[in-house]
Design a protein around this ligand. Structure first.
Ligand SMILES: CC(C)[C@H](C(=O)O)[C@@H](O)C(=O)O
Ligand code: SF4
Length: 777
């Protein structure tokens, strides 16, 4: 059976195995994708790729599009269209490009004129687009959010967005299993955000690399779906591409009445419940890593530094380099303190703030807003704060909050009540921090410059952010009278947004609905005409040997925000991105080059290779702009002890080689050569790194299939399309076994029923059970 583990299986094993279309020797699988979410930042180049190759979107009915990152959160009262509404040229171009693509490829779209618009990870669950046991992807690292439903959900780069649009599959190999078990009762004032910050503090931002985390234990089971989503959302901050929670009654209750979930009590619903109930880890299943946490050890937790692992309980003090053993960590701590303008030993509650942001895909759901409103009711924002923003995660969250009067509570307290979008989580729209400003934020990343160049972020829960807004400093929510009632107990956690059924037939869309269908024409998909030839197996320049200058970079945990900050993500092209490479490090504030940064020094201005001293290079965001920027600069190979999973994957798609050298001594030797300004040679055919004289410095391993593609310059989409028969067969079976996954259920006036695939009946086995022949790539 392809990809199937013999014996007891984990939740992840089950969902993965159920989606294997085909497995080839070496473990690379064609994995079927049930749900594809698309937004404006990571899709333009993917649609362009489809157009250039004359390819179609294979399953428009399983694709849902919205705009969230670039959108202003100012009032939409006078909204007519994005062209007039979005004032920044590059943001507007991205929004307009998305709408053109939606029209051309006939996709379901929630634009700014539609109440269902919102952050992509909020709208999927809200609509029932996210369902247990599905595979969910998006060109966005926080796709891990959807794992809260027992879905296998992970972020992908733009090349993979194109791959999914074209084939409804991805090429993937099995990850390892990691279990994070949190048992016991949470102390009053402690919420799911504190759990996940605490976990990341324990395992580190690379702790989950190469793994899928299953969150379990009594503390997790007691949480609402909203709270579970906040936890899975931040799995990526713990290095894991995906986090999962086994679906249960709380999950099923949440899904009842959601527009795209099967209709409650219908035969489909009953069948679905039976299947969903089987999605739990078998007794005795093996985890590669096990972490046990006692819920009572967790206190309200906040971040002090510039990595999500830099966290501490609110009663603690800012740590200093002496608190760490590891050299890389000492250096990182020093850097973080300088950036954050903090002194070791300062009490966390003495840290004075400039702004508070309650929003993002981590914490902008209705439950989050209810908690924050409960804390601030009848009180006022501290006078020292320049701004307190509440940004609901979606139009529906906003509507629901307004129906409960939460907007009034916030406005009476002096907070701003905004429209839905990503907003100050990363500031691709006008909501940003000014240099040096300090913000209490319910978002997920505290990277340098994340909320605005020079801005300083402290991560925390909505309850803690609300408390901070009242005191003007970081604050302990437990010092406020009545705080216990703000945080919902598990029993009261049925915060379902009533399904806006009327909107199904009458969406308030700003796109011409006659051009927006939700179904492919009888399995044809929607093609945009192009004179270019369709699929072929080749496409990228070949990578065999690479000889050149290697630049030493003395950093650890380099996130992709640092490799290329958000302002450079507004392009709709893949080229010209070197201008943004390491922007905050390479350039001074006045735009001149920082003479101290390695890539500005000779001979490194011509580097072809980057050697990084610390681990976890390319962690965080899924932006493929990071490898594009490196490549545009001339860097084709990065050598480090470890990499963020999504970045690692993205580099291969661009004919680049991320090279893992785990052996510390060997990496130090390579780094030494780079420091001395000597050339290196990376010989992929023989799997070795050599110095300029040809002496071998290290050997390395690369996945066989990935190497094959690099050495031969193969295009994975073309290769996968050659396996169309297998994909079609899988889809037929999917229609038989999980019919609720066909068709998206929107715009019923256009619907004639579920997607019909003229399938010969297939035997009722678990999907994926059929033995496939190895792919001959
Ligand atoms: C724009 C997108 C690629 C990015 C991500 O992948 O996470 C963004 O959502 C972020 O949070 O940095
Ligand atoms: S992390 Fe922030 S920017 Fe990224 S999807 Fe979530 S809200 Fe948007």
């Amino acid at each position: 059976m392809p990809g199937v583990v013999k014996g007891p299986q984990t939740l992840y094993d089950k969902v993965f195995n159920d989606h294997v279309v085909h497995e080839q020797e070496g473990g690379t699988c064609v994995l079927y994708i049930d749900r594809h979410l698309v937004h404006e930042v990571t899709s333009p180049q993917a649609f362009e790729g489809l157009r250039n190759a004359g390819r179609k979107v294979r399953r428009p009915d399983n694709t849902l599009v919205t705009t969230d990152h670039n959108v202003p959160t100012s009032t939409r009262k006078n909204f007519k269209n994005v062209s007039d509404f979005v004032k920044e040229d590059d943001s507007r171009t991205q929004c307009e490009t998305l709408e053109q693509n939606v029209k051309d490829f006939k996709l379901t779209y929630f634009g700014l004129g539609d109440k269902r618009q919102g952050i992509v990870h909020i709208i999927g669950p809200e609509q029932g687009f996210t369902l247990p046991g599905t595979t969910v992807v998006c060109g966005d690292s926080h796709t891990s959010t959807h794992g809260a439903f027992g879905a296998l959900a992970f972020g992908i780069g733009t090349s993979e967005v194109e791959h999914v649009l074209a084939t409804q599959t991805l090429l993937s190999s099995k990850s390892k299993n990691m279990r994070v078990q949190v048992d016991g009762e949470l102390a009053p004032g402690v919420s799911s955000k504190d759990i996940v910050l605490y976990v990341i503090g324990k395992i580190g931002t690379a702790g989950g690399t190469g793994h899928v985390i299953e969150f379990c234990g009594s503390a997790i089971r007691s949480l609402s779906m909203e709270a579970r989503m906040s936890i899975c959302n931040m799995s990526i901050e713990g290095g894991a591409r995906a986090g999962m929670v086994a679906p249960d009654e709380i999950t099923f209750e949440y899904l009842k009445g959601k527009p795209l979930a099967p209709k409650v009590d219908s035969p489909e619903w009953n069948k679905a419940i039976k299947y969903w109930s089987s999605l739990r880890t078998d007794e005795g299943a093996k985890f590669d890593v096990d972490i046990f946490i006692d819920a009572k050890d967790i206190e309200p937790t906040v971040s002090w530094g510039t990595s999500p692992q830099d966290v501490i309980g609110i009663t603690g003090v800012v740590p200093g380099p002496d608190d760490f053993d590891d050299d890389n960590k000492k250096k990182a701590c020093e850097r973080a303190l300088t950036y954050m303008g903090l002194t070791a030993g300062t009490k966390m509650t003495d840290i004075v703030l400039d702004k508070v942001f309650i929003g993002s895909c981590t914490n902008a759901r209705i439950e989050d807003l209810r908690i924050a409103a409960h804390i601030v009711k009848g009180k006022k924002a501290a006078p020292n704060l320049k701004r307190v923003m509440i940004v609901p995660g979606s139009g529906l969250v906003k509507k629901q909050a307004e129906s409960e009067g939460l907007d009034k509570i916030f406005e009476d307290a002096g907070f701003e009540w905004r429209e839905a979008g990503c907003s100050m989580c990363l500031g691709m729209n006008p909501d940003i921090l000014s240099p040096g400003e300090r913000c209490a934020s319910t978002s997920n990343r505290n990277f340098e410059g994340r909320q605005g160049a020079g801005g300083r972020t402290h991560l925390m829960s909505p309850a803690m952010a609300a408390a901070a807004a009242l005191s003007g400093k970081l604050a302990d929510v437990r010092d406020l009278a009545g705080y216990e009632q703000a945080l919902p107990s598990a029993k009261s956690a049925s915060n379902r947004i009533e399904s806006p059924t009327s909107q199904l037939d009458e969406p308030e869309s700003d796109v011409d609905l006659d051009n927006v269908l939700d179904l492919p024409e009888q399995g044809q998909g929607n093609t945009v005409k192009s004179s270019a030839p369709s699929s072929s197996g080749s496409g990228l320049p070949k990578f065999t040997q690479l000889k050149g200058v290697a630049a030493p970079l003395d950093r650890s945990n380099v996130d992709t925000d640092a490799i290329i900050p958000k302002q450079f993500l507004k392009t709709i092209k893949r080229s010209g991105l070197s201008a943004g490479l390491f922007h905050a490090w390479r350039f001074n504030e006045d735009g001149t080059k920082n003479a101290d940064f390695v890539l500005n020094k000779e001979p490194y201005t011509n580097s072809k290779i980057l050697v990084v001293s610390g681990p976890n290079f390319g962690c965080g965001s899924s932006r493929e702009h990071a490898p594009w920027a490196l490549l545009d600069f001339g860097i084709k190979c990065i050598i480090a002890s470890s990499f963020g999973d999504i970045f690692f994957n993205n580099t291969f798609k661009n004919g680049m080689l991320p090279l893992r050298v785990a052996d510390e001594a060997k990496l130090r030797k390579i780094y030494g050569e780079a420091e001395a300004g000597r050339e290196l040679e990376v010989d992929l055919e023989n799997n070795v790194v050599k110095d300029a004289q040809g002496n071998v410095l290290a050997d390395f391993e690369v996945d066989g299939f990935k190497k094959h593609c690099l050495v031969n310059g193969l295009d994975e989409i073309g290769l996968t399309m050659q396996k169309d028969d297998y994909i079609t067969k899988f889809e037929r079976r999917r229609t038989e076994e999980t019919p609720w996954l066909d068709g998206s259920g929107y715009l019923s006036r256009h619907r004639t029923g579920p997607v019909k695939v003229d399938a010969a009946p297939v035997p009722k086995t678990n999907r994926g059970e059929e033995k496939a022949e190895p792919l001959e790539w």
